[in-house]
Write a protein that binds this ligand. Structure first.
Ligand code: 4NP
Length: 161
């Protein structure tokens, strides 16, 4: 299973989601054999590492996004990933506008995998403070828990309980 996390700039939310999901899935759902990546719907920061504030917030919880370099979503991504998870409605709409008719990917909001969270968007922290990056981490951790539930429910092989 290949999962792509998508935000606007691919320097804050989606690289955090990628780093968090890679670690939590490795620890808690190795049976799911998920590979993760991230991309942005805008190309403002192509080739840039994650925002320093995002990297600091990730490191404080034992996650790591440092190796990622920002890239833009491409039409080919819709055939290379089974699941494409947008951080907010604006990015979901941008994905839906870009999607080829024949694309195989399921495209949806990340937090729709975690309905108990009660919010559907991971807010853009770029113009915010450290607490906004903490909130991003809280939400993408919960989104990853929801992703594991989704993978349990759709797994071809019975996952361990
Ligand atoms: P991200 O945050 O979409 O979570 O990576 C942003 C990064 C850059 C900008 C906006 C949001 N920007 O306007 O440059």
């Amino acid at each position: 299973m290949r999962v792509l996390f998508v935000c606007l700039g691919n320097i804050c939310r989606s690289p955090l989601a990628e780093g968090v999901a890679r670690e939590i899935l490795r620890r808690d759902a190795p049976w799911a054999a998920v590979t993760v990546d991230s991309a942005g719907t805008a190309g403002y920061h192509l080739g840039a590492p994650p925002d320093a504030r995002a990297q600091a917030a990730a490191a404080s919880r034992g996650f790591n996004s440092a190796g990622h370099r920002a890239r833009a979503v491409t039409r080919a991504d819709f055939d290379q990933f089974e699941l494409i998870l947008a951080m907010d409605h604006a990015n979901l709409a941008a994905l839906q506008a870009l999607a080829p008719r024949s694309g195989l990917a399921r495209v949806q909001l990340l937090l729709d995998l975690a309905p108990r969270v009660g919010v559907r968007e991971v807010p853009d922290p770029y113009y915010g403070g450290p607490e906004d990056f903490e909130q991003v981490l809280n939400l993408v951790e919960q989104g990853t828990r929801g992703l594991i539930e989704y993978l349990r429910n759709t797994a071809a092989v019975e996952p361990p309980r």
